[in-house]
Design a protein around this ligand. Structure first.
Ligand code: SAM
Length: 463
């Protein structure tokens, strides 16, 4: 299964079967009250998402409302719980803005161990302008649906310093002696005092295990102390603080705001899934989790509400070729047919008219190669194409709209204009001919359908 779904994830999640997903990772808005925006490539595509939960006052100032955010998250978390298999795991990426609230909420929904908190130290230096201790960590809440869950221990490579610890050697290789007495927290975990070959203490292993190890020559007895020959494993087992993964940089960047590093997703996917398993990312952004899932031979389902994000995911998973370089990839991205990979991408004139803000702007930019500025905003000029003013109406525009566009052209001192609308009445070509004949205006009128059919691109003198 390889699915990319362009939709609100609450709707998409409701369409997934109970107990069908092995691993879900999500990286939702963090309740930061920011809009994350990047303008990418020579086609000026805007890659953006909004993280504002609250109400604006009459002066337009946003007042954050954590309850609004939690009310929005809760049904999504419940759906994720429902779609996870009983052996499934869930990772929720967040940060200090809402991690405490989300943890309480998830504790209530998931109920089961492990409910661990992973701290990802994403950078080393704090910001010089920070007014207090700078935040350099994100939080990843980790849950399983039941007590029987998939987990493969992950290891970090030993450092030179750590390897020096293995200072003894026998015929099996190097080791150091690790005392098996319970210390600190281990002493409070219900262990009993037991005796083995004259050594009495509270041991971290059972007497049966110690006996087994002894038979294999892995135990050394000291003065009332049992030692185990600790041999190097594949590396150091990774604890819950991850400080060895840096932020996305250089070649890995797809220009998507808050894109996460592949190494982070690799650790999560390898720890909590097997080849062939289904990995779900319900806030997939530019598709990091899906790209890693695909590389590691997992199946995947990605959901994002943004058509721009979904196009990019489809491209990353099916079009992008790392060895071809940035320039080649940017060119090929423009021609890539994302619609054959994404479910729910807006494609009809009416669906296009439903796009808001930067999504609509990206559509115009992609289709016409124009840099439309604030396309979609009614009134005034919405952008320029080869020096010609454009105006866009997201409805069936009539003669009054055309007259008001002429008024705008007069103010802009332009005798040429491009008038784009969802549709026009049949009388518009006649009106345009009249304007040219009587006043010398050269107006080009395109419906959204003309643009979708590629007719607009073929127009004289335009790309
Ligand atoms: C922090 S970004 C995810 C980045 C991603 N982990 C990556 O590496 O690219 C959050 C994403 O959630 C998406 N999003 C926000 N609300 C959504 C909703 N209701 N349904 C689906 N996606 C949503 C946004 O469009 C944005 O792409």
């Amino acid at each position: 299964m390889e699915r990319i779904i362009c939709s609100d994830n609450l709707t998409a999640l409701k369409g997934l079967a109970d107990n069908s997903v092995d691993l879900c990772y999500i990286d939702p808005p963090f309740f930061t009250s920011k809009t994350y925006s990047v303008i990418w490539g020579d086609n000026s595509e805007i890659r953006q998402f909004d993280d504002s939960f609250g109400d604006k006052d009459s002066g337009g100032r946003m007042h954050k409302d954590i309850q609004k955010y939690l009310d929005w998250m809760e049904p999504r978390l419940k759906e994720i719980y429902r779609v996870l298999k009983p052996t499934g795991s869930f990772y929720l990426h967040c940060d200090w803005h809402a991690d405490a609230y989300l943890r309480v909420m998830c504790d209530g929904i998931f109920e089961r161990e492990p409910n661990s908190v992973i701290v990802w130290k994403r950078t080393n230096g704090g910001k010089a302008q920070a007014e207090t201790f700078a935040y350099i960590t994100d939080t990843i809440l980790y849950y399983s649906k039941s007590d029987t869950f998939n987990f493969h221990k992950q290891f970090q490579q030993y450092t030179e310093e750590q390897l020096k610890k293995f200072n003894k050697k026998d015929e099996k290789g190097v080791y150091y002696l690790r005392a098996l007495n319970a210390r600190g927290q281990q002493a409070y975990e219900g262990r009993k005092i037991t005796t083995y070959k004259g050594c009495t203490g509270m041991w971290v292993n059972s007497i049966e295990t110690i006996q087994e190890l002894d038979k294999e020559g892995e135990i050394v007895l000291g003065e009332n102390m049992i030692y185990k020959k600790q041999r190097p494993q594949e590396g150091v087992p990774i604890p819950n603080i991850w400080d060895d993964i840096s932020l996305v940089g250089g070649n890995e960047s797809f220009g998507y705001p808050t894109q996460k590093p592949e190494a982070l997703l690799e650790r999560i996917i390898q720890a909590s899934s097997n080849e062939g398993d289904i990995v779900l990312d319900a806030f997939c952004g530019c598709g990091t989790a899906l790209a890693v899932a695909k590389r590691l031979k997992r199946q995947y389902i990605g959901v994002d509400i943004s058509p721009t994000a979904c196009r990019l995911v489809a491209w990353r998973l099916n079009g992008y070729l790392k060895d071809k370089g940035k320039e080649w990839n940017e060119m090929a991205y423009k021609e890539f047919n994302a619609a054959s990979y994404v479910e729910g991408l807006p494609l009809t004139p009416e669906e296009i008219a439903g796009l808001t803000g930067f999504e609509f702007q990206n559509w115009i930019t992609r289709e016409l190669g124009a840099n439309p500025g604030k396309a979609g905003a009614d009134g005034g000029i919405d952008g320029m194409l080869n020096g010609v003013p454009i105006q866009v109406k997201k409805y069936k525009a009539g003669r009054n709209d055309l007259d008001s566009f002429i008024g705008t052209l007069v103010r802009k001192n332009s005798k040429e204009g491009i008038f784009i609308a969802l549709d026009f009445p049949t009388t518009i070509p006649q009106e345009i001919r009249r304007l040219e004949k009587e006043n010398g205006y050269k107006i080009t009128a395109w419906t959204f359908k003309d643009i979708l059919d590629g007719k607009a691109k073929k127009h004289d003198g335009l790309p």
